[in-house]
Each structure stands twice: as structure tokens, then as C-alpha cells.
Design a protein around this ligand. Sequence first.
Ligand SMILES: Cc1cc2nc3c(=O)[nH]c(=O)nc-3n(C[C@H](O)[C@H](O)[C@H](O)COP(=O)(O)O)c2cc1C
Length: 382
Amino acid sequence: MEIKINPKYPSVTDLRKRAQVKMPKFAFEYLDGGCNEDINLDKNRTDLQKIELMPQYLSKFDKSDLRTELFGHTYNAPFGIAPVGLQGLMWPNSPEILAKAAFNHNVPFILSTVTTSSIERVAELTEGKSWFQLYHPAEEKVKRDLLDRAANAGTDVLVILADVPTFGYRPRDVRNGLAMPPSMSLKNIIEVLKKPDWAIQTLIHGQPAFKTLEPYMPKGLNLKKLGEFMDVTFSGRLNEDRIASIRDQWKGKLVIKGVVNEMDAQKAINLGVDGLIVSNHGGRQLDAGQSSIVPMTHLAKKYKNDIKIMVDSGLRGGPDIARAMANGAEFTFMGRSFMYGVGALGKDGGDHTISLMKREFQQVMEQLCCEKVQNLPQHLIK
Ligand SMILES: Cc1cc2nc3c(=O)[nH]c(=O)nc-3n(C[C@H](O)[C@H](O)[C@H](O)COP(=O)(O)O)c2cc1C
């Protein structure tokens, strides 16, 4: 796929700035913020930035190849789009924009259980090539049905989320009335009126709704009841029994997202899980926690022969993808970067941001004189 970049937005920083102008304040702050005092959010960035890479200018070098094999599929680059809930609130139709762009560029897109497009719709757009992230539902029959639907849609990889045993405490969302139950205050309505593009796109695409979950939701819920429904339905914490039961039912590849220590990694391996996305949810859950690159580095060293180790949280461009891969990750994901892209550029945002990541990552590979993605660890300054 051709690399097309709008020259006005040559970095994720530019996209973020533009997204802030285009999105209503409550939606931008929901996307952008961390939790509590944003310590973990910042730590993700600062720990990544400490990683340094060494070029090898005089080595024999032909050209860099970004292609990366994962779970039997060769992707065009070692990054994908992380699952993000409520995407249609941030930019109307954004899950479909991103899923289609990811499919066209041959990189993975992970659909969140609680986003605003359905498993079936995204499968249609991606010929069943996308991944599905499951929030473990409290009710067994809802879980079974979601897994059946994902399998019937041809989903490649199932990702189960470990790191939301409780909702994160996010002061911005509390101030904006976006906590559960959500509320549409006068302040938020005024915000919407100030963002005409967002408002028009919302009129075209309709109010954002939890499309995958609609079959399980009682009809005509008001916002308060919706909050209660979400609370009850997703109070299902992950544990070993639940993973074992999913492992029995799910015949495809199984990944756990949010594991950050050896004890849990070892349990996942014992249960027959195929991969881990080491993640702290982009710094949105435990402000006193570690950055995700630090435990990822440790887990990759220890378990890379037993399980695929991937990472997300804090990556914002090509140099970060290279830093993570040099530290042992086999694949990387980003959440906010792609949503900033869609917030800034609407329907062109997915294509633009993927192209941008590819171009930046390609430049780093060529600068290092690194031909293959698997060789990046040879460029790590220890
Ligand atoms: C607004 C927002 C909503 C998110 N919703 C989900 C979700 O529904 N499911 C999930 O597994 N992770 C969710 N995440 C976490 C992302 O999948 C990913 O771990 C995180 O965004 C990575 O950090 P980054 O944004 O710094 O790249 C969300 C993240 C953000 C920013």
C-alpha cells in the first residue's frame, strides 16, 4: 500500500494538537488522559525515551524489510492498532475507519468489546482478519455467545484483558461527567456545538452505541441504567479458571493483555496461552505501577521461547517501535496515536497514521543499517 502522509501533520504530536481542536473537550480528555496524577502515563514515555540504539554504518547493508511474522501471518510492519473502547464518541465511525486502514496496510486491528462497531461489521470490512478483545463478562452465556460470534466472523486472534479488575480513577472524566453512569451535561452539549465537524459526523453516523453488546442489552436504557448494565456485565475479573475455560472453547490463538509480572506470565504459559501484550492500559489504571517497557524487557528475556511477548503503552512513533523491538518485543501496539490521527483527520486519519508510523520506522531501520526487524536487539545499547 502506498505511503501517503499529509505534510501538515508529520508526527503524532501534530496529530494530537489537531485532534484537540477538532474533538469536544470531554472526548479529547477521555482519550488523552491517564489516571489519578498521570504519573504512570508519563513514566511510559520517559522509560521508553531512555532506550538508546546504536547504528552500524560500516556493516554490509542492502535494504530494510519491515515485514514481521506473527501467529503464522506475515504483517507489513511490526505494529498494530490496540483496542479502544467508545471510539465513536471520540470520532464518529472511527473503529471502521481504523479497521479498514489496518486491513489495507496489512497490520492487525484489535476490536474492543466496548467499542462502537460490531464484531460482524468489522469482520466484513477486514475479511475476518481483525483480532477481538474480550472484556470478560460476568455471565457465562454472554461470554460463550461472544466467543461463538468472534469465531463465526473468522477472528484471527482472541485477546483477553487482565488489567481492568476495576475501572480506572480518572479525574478528568469525573469532572466531565464521563464516569459510570455517564451524563450529558449542559457543559458537554456546549462543547459539542463548538465542534461542528464532529457534530455533523455524529449526525451522519448516528449516536455512538455499544454495537457488539446490543443483543445482550435491555432496550431503551437511559444513561444511568446503561452505566449499571455495564457495571454488572463487566464485573467479571479474569482468573485461572476463566482463562482455562476460554482456552477450551477458543480454538484460535489466544493472547492475554495487561500481564506485567512473572507470576502471571507463568500462569498464562501453563494454561496454554499463545501470547502476552505487556501493557498498563496506556497508564490509565494503576498510577503507582511500572511503565510497560520495563516488565516487557524482563518477560521477553525470560519467556521468549515459551510465548510471544508483545507490548503497548506510551509508543508514539517509529523510534519507539524500534526501541521496544530492540528490547525484545516481538510486536508492538498503539492506542492513542491512531485515535489522535482519526480525531485530527477523520476518514483519512487511519491511513495517514499507519503511513506515518511506517515511514518513521523505515527511516530508523535504515539509519541503524538494520535489514530485518528480528535483528533490532543487536542495535540495543545495554
Ligand atoms: C481511550 C482509551 C480507551 C481504551 N479502551 C480499551 C478497551 O476497551 N480495551 C482494551 O483492552 N484496552 C483499552 N485501552 C488500552 C489500549 O488498548 C492500549 O493498551 C493503550 O492505549 C496503549 O497505550 P497508548 O495509548 O499510549 O498507545 C484504551 C485506551 C484508551 C486511550
